[in-house]
Write a protein that binds this ligand. Sequence first.
Ligand code: PHE
Length: 340
Amino acid sequence: LSSEILAAIDAAETLEALDNVRIEALGKKGRVSLMMRDLGGMEPEARKQAGQDLNVLKDTIAHAIETRQTILADAALAEKLSAQRVDVSLPSRPHSDASLHPLSRTIEEVVAIFAEMGFTVAEGPDIESDYYNFTALNIPEEHPARQEHDTFYLPPDADGKRKVLRTHTSPVQVRTMETSEPPIRIIVPGRTYRSDHDATHSPMFHQCEGLVIGDGIHMGHLKGCLIDFCRAFFGVDDLPVRFRPSYFPFTEPSAEVDIGCTRDGGGLKIGAGDDWLEILGSGMVNPRVLENCGYDPDKYQGFAFGMGIERIAMLKYGIPDLRTFYDSDLRWMRHYGFLP
Ligand code: PHE
């Protein structure tokens, strides 16, 4: 019997088969167990000897099973490991890293620079009333600026009032002054809309507004703040910045801000040079606008500015056509270094 069972153990090729052999021999109704039970009916002398023999047999079988078990388990593990082996020489699967859209990235850059100067971000609605977009900003009905803005009008509501898609982020100046007290230092990134479409204009584009209101704010603050911004944004420490007199109904005096550049043929280089590039509009907040918002112009003064995000992104990254921002072309992203 012993050699028969030991042979069966050696022949078991799997852990499962081995377990069946174990049950057949040592299980409750196994052959060895049954023989143990038979001991009860034997003479004491014979029982002693048979009991010893059976115990030896049992131990031998148990030991053989254990040994075989280790061998089979090792083999199973080795097989599993070799089946799951990683071939480190295989070429990697193509994958692409995500990255921010260049416009989001530019907005984040602008916000980061102003955040360091103590500005916080404010926002307003894209669909604006005529009052906030124009009237409160000292752009009355029939003012030529209303035509220049190429406004998108929404259908009139029940009382004949037409909402507009905001043509600039300046209405958020008014909304902020109406709901908060000076000192105010806000930056307003957001979408703006004008009916215009070519290589440098899109019906939807982005602006970033800035507004500072306080006691004794003057043109020197405006200049210092915007010079610092231009140099930080374009990463040129000695970038020439020029303030050129201009006109906006909501600022007085008004200035357009130019930065130095060099143009050779088709190329454009930002920095000290013999040419200028306009990058933003600015000015001291018109006292009429302060009054419209309930402020006493003798008590508070301020400055405001507005810039086109697409425009400054095009200049910073050398992108010639504004429309390509909205093409969602990953090859374009890669070409300009926005994707690895
Ligand atoms: N809102 C102006 C524009 O869209 C820019 C501007 C903002 C000018 C604030 C002066 C002050 O052109």
